[in-house]
Ligand binder design. Structure first.
Ligand code: ZN
Length: 233
């Protein structure tokens, strides 16, 4: 089967709906979400509702946690904290309850899923490079582990330098961010994994960045959170 892996949506409804449209066209059965449904963007309730409706599993991200426990935002930078407090104020009680019950990690179709790192899912470590990835392999037993959190897509093999998932070794894959990419490419990033062929592809798709930016400004959220969407940083 083929399933889609989304992460770091960050209340960006324009990005999320564009991704769902592509998945509908691609005839993807299951969709999983690695967390950070909310935070930064202007449509937290709409994004939580779509994830609840369409995703087989979602995990807890640090921004989801901050939306239900604002003390977590003490560790965020200024703009992220401001957005977290705004999100906590604007999220419905029902959606907060949903976020509160999300797990830190899950296994779907033989793949390990975690928002940050398999070593300590609650400590919110970032996996950006091969150096970050290599020590992580002893913390999961599955052949493949999908992560998000850094907003930078990447494929890391356990032993070789290949950037292509295959059956001969184990992999850790960062699927990138749907709603706030940070690798200099403003397009939405997500992954599709084919469990029959054991193949992984990272997709990048355009969405209405201008509307997402305008809504952030109109909500009174920090302007910088809008500007960074245009640059993909
Ligand atoms: Zn995030």
């Amino acid at each position: 089967m083929r399933f889609a892996i989304l992460s770091d949506i960050h209340s960006n409804l324009e990005a999320l709906t564009s991704v769902f449209e592509v998945l509908r066209d691609q005839n993807i059965g299951d969709i999983v979400c690695l967390g950070d449904i909310v935070g930064y963007g202007a449509n937290p309730n709409e994004c939580v509702a779509l994830v609840r409706e369409h995703c087989r599993v979602s995990l807890l991200g640090n921004h989801d946690l901050a939306a239900v426990d604002p003390s977590v935002a003490d560790f965020f930078n200024m703009h992220a904290r401001e957005a977290a407090l705004w999100t906590a104020e604007n999220l419905s009680a029902e959606n907060k309850q949903y976020l509160q019950e999300l797990p830190y990690t899950a296994v779907v179709e033989g793949a390990r899923l975690v928002h940050s790192s398999p070593s300590e899912p609650e400590a919110w470590h970032y996996i950006v490079s091969l150096l970050d990835a290599r020590p992580m392999f002893r913390f999961f037993s599955e052949s493949i582990c999908f992560v998000g959190h850094s907003h930078v897509p990447g494929v890391f093999a356990e032993a070789s330098l290949t950037g292509r998932v295959n059956r001969t070794e184990r992999f850790l894959v960062n699927v990138g961010s749907v709603g706030q990419p940070r690798d200099g490419d403003p397009r939405s990033s997500f992954g599709i994994f084919d469990t029959d062929r054991w193949e992984y592809v990272n997709l990048r798709i355009d969405y209405d960045v201008e509307s997402a930016m305008r809504k952030i400004r109109e909500a009174g959220l920090p302007r910088k959170l809008a500007d960074r969407l245009a640059a993909g940083v």
